[in-house]
Design a protein. Sequence first.
Length: 317
Amino acid sequence: MGNETLTYAIPFFGLIALAFAFVKANWVNKQDPGTERMQEICGYVREGAMAFLYREYKILAIFVICVAILLAIANMEGTPEAYRNPLIALSFVFGAFCSALSGFFGMRVATAANTRTTNAARTSLNDALKVAFSGGSVMGMCVVGLGVMGLGILLVLYRNMGFLGEDSSNFSNIITVISGFSLGASSIALFARVGGGIYTKAADVGADLVGKVEAGIPEDDPRNPATIADNVGDTVGDVAGMGADLFESYVGSIVGAMVLGATAIGFSEAVYNAVILPLIIACLLYTSDAADDRRGVVVSVGAGAWRRGGGGGGGGG
């Protein structure tokens, strides 16, 4: 496979991950959501979570636009010693968009999976675990898919399609511009994680003080509006915020390895191999140790399909 073909193939692996996430999300939505009362409470949490997220993303959109403008202005002119290009603002906006999208997809499925997991647990713990892990896998595959696809698209635009002009053959300059993608992901992760956490803690304190102390309502009773708000905050902070946080870590590790490859190797062909290697690992390979477990797109999709078919029922070796 030639270099050009390999570069175009990378976004395709991201699409595979997103397609797998779509299949899992559809499977979760087809499960029984439970009684009318369960669906009513779930609807409150889902409605509140979506309202919070829309409001938060509206503010973050203004922040992203302002920072992108500043980045474009600050990188209008560069020197041979310090390369600058205003297209880093495009990478920043794209990274922020993909980060927000990963959290949004994960939260949509999480708010659908919670009542279905609860209902499945009424009859079988195994069925409840299947629904819960299927819902969680949507977030994981969206993080991986959007990360690989986003970086792959930018690499195609800046190198293969010549968006950087005469600098399209210089990998050090390409990675400098692509690094804005990681910065955009980090900015969304910061606000999404902290914003959801503050909202959760405020609602939790309100539920305890007003509901338990003043009104005498038991903890986590759905009659207490602050309890619903507390669950909304948990959903936004621990799902949407965590998704953006994971996306930032995942993309940052790939971009960091690409930067090392672009700066450490001096030959043009070897530079391409060193830069593309982190993306290939993210697409295909698998690494595991006692403290960490990271799978590429192909291995993750294959393992998920194998387990769904019942192949993972045996004991460990």
